[in-house]
Design a protein around this ligand. Structure first.
Ligand code: ADP
Length: 399
């Protein structure tokens, strides 16, 4: 079965075409700058790489050009659109209505619309992608795979905030969590790699990319998570602040900032870039730090310290921890950050192993702590698209 996976942002469409027989990616790429008059299509299929300007005034136009390009006989990946038997869509926010991946119908579209108020930057473009893909491929099942669904198992003491109850009942103010597909993927991988049944595994999974989040997993299910009602809460991120005293927001407004400017500052100008004043990119920051830039050093220290603090908190709430799992661009690649974290977790039983750390890069998975560690730390590359493709295949097959 061939499955097409779509991830639509406000001005981009990321896509992958899978052959599910052996879970191989036949083609993947992105259209950037949709709607600007300056759109670019990038595609890789086997040894062929394409990059060219396209006319994509909207997502529908962009998606049609992606599909036309996939049909190019030179690529040899698709002879006709009918070979695509299922389309999987990443959808960010399902609120309390979405607990698992599901076939898209009118009811589900209404759920995406309803939850747009909780994810105004994400759900509307996700929906544009769904409508464009359903128009282009009306006969195949389309499946929604939610970022929030894996976190729907959090107990009330983890998802409720200690604010007036009406804020929850009337306005839906609670922790929803994000990156769920990534946390679910590495949880399943960890169960296989550690040789444990999914229902018996306890983990602390850390997705460390531009956005960063952490999940406590008990018996294969999420029981605690660091992101909140929005992806702003929790860990220090590339441009987001993570945890702060909410009174800071009111204080800065009282100092003359507009609410929308505070919002932008906390989402776009904080985190690594805010503290360092240099970059939101961990690679760049490590370079700056090595050249003696104090701002970069402080930003990295804050980043790792917040991680350590969260691991400690999750360690305390779980009955046992089989492993800490690192994933995402930083988790998969940033050796110094991983080494710093392992060193900070020695009191909880991690024994850092520099050689293993060095050996586990470029998409490799494995432990970066020594044998005999009471708290093993593993690197497991994430693959959200594959998870979406698997769910789509299962649902198309009637599972
Ligand atoms: P996104 O959340 O946008 O998908 P990624 O998962 O790609 O982001 O992660 C981006 C982060 O990963 C950046 O901070 C980047 O510097 C970091 N990263 C990627 N490769 C490396 C590397 N080789 N060394 C250090 N950091 C890296």
């Amino acid at each position: 079965m061939k499955v097409f996976v779509v991830n639509c942002g406000s001005s981009s469409i990321k896509y992958q075409l899978f052959s599910m027989t052996n879970e191989v990616v036949l083609a993947k790429g992105v259209v950037e700058r949709v709607g600007t008059g300056d759109a670019i299509l990038k595609m890789r299929a086997g040894a062929t790489s394409l990059k060219f300007k396209i006319k994509a005034p909207d997502h529908t136009a962009a998606l049609n050009i992606i599909l036309e390009t996939l049909l190019d006989p030179k690529l040899g990946v698709l002879e006709n659109i009918g070979q695509i038997e299922g389309v999987g869509h990443r959808v960010v926010h399902g609120g309390e209505d979405a607990t698992k991946s599901a076939r898209i119908d009118d009811n589900l579209i209404a759920i995406i619309r309803k939850n747009s108020q909780l994810a105004p930057l994400h759900n509307p473009p996700n929906l544009m992608g769904i409508e464009a893909a359903m128009a282009a491929m009306p006969k195949v099942p389309h499946v929604a795979v939610w970022d929030t669904a894996f976190l729907s198992t959090l107990p009330p003491e983890a998802y409720r905030y200690a604010v007036p109850a009406e804020w929850y009942t009337k306005y839906g103010v609670r922790r929803y969590g994000f990156h769920g597909t990534s946390h679910r993927y590495v949880t399943q991988q960890a169960a296989t790699l550690l040789g444990k049944p999914l229902e018996g595994i306890n983990l602390i999974t850390c997705h460390l990319g531009n956005g960063c989040s952490m999940t406590a997993i008990q018996g294969g299910k999420a029981v605690e998570h660091s992101m909140g009602m929005t992806p702003l809460e929790g860990l220090v991120m590339g441009t987001r602040c993570g945890d702060i005293d909410p009174a800071v927001v009111l204080y800065m407004i009282s100092q003359g900032m507009k609410p929308e400017d505070v919002d932008k500052a906390l989402n776009k100008d904080s985190g690594l870039i805010g503290v360092s004043g240099l970059s939101n990119d961990m690679r760049d920051l490590l370079g700056h730090r090595d050249r003696g830039e104090k701002g970069a050093e402080l930003a990295i220290d804050l980043f790792v310290y917040r991680l350590q603090k969260y691991v400690g908190a999750y360690y305390a709430i779980l009955p046992s921890v089989d492993a800490v799992i690192l994933t995402g661009g930083i988790g998969e690649n940033s050796l110094p950050v991983r080494q710093m974290l392992c060193e900070k977790l020695t009191r909880l039983g991690a024994i850092p192993d520099e050689k293993r750390n060095l050996d586990t890069v470029g998409g490799k998975k494995g432990p970066i702590t020594a044998n005999g560690s009471d708290l093993p730390v593993w690197v497991i590359p994430t693959n959200e698209e594959l998870m979406i493709a698997r769910d789509t295949q299962r649902i198309v097959a009637g599972g």
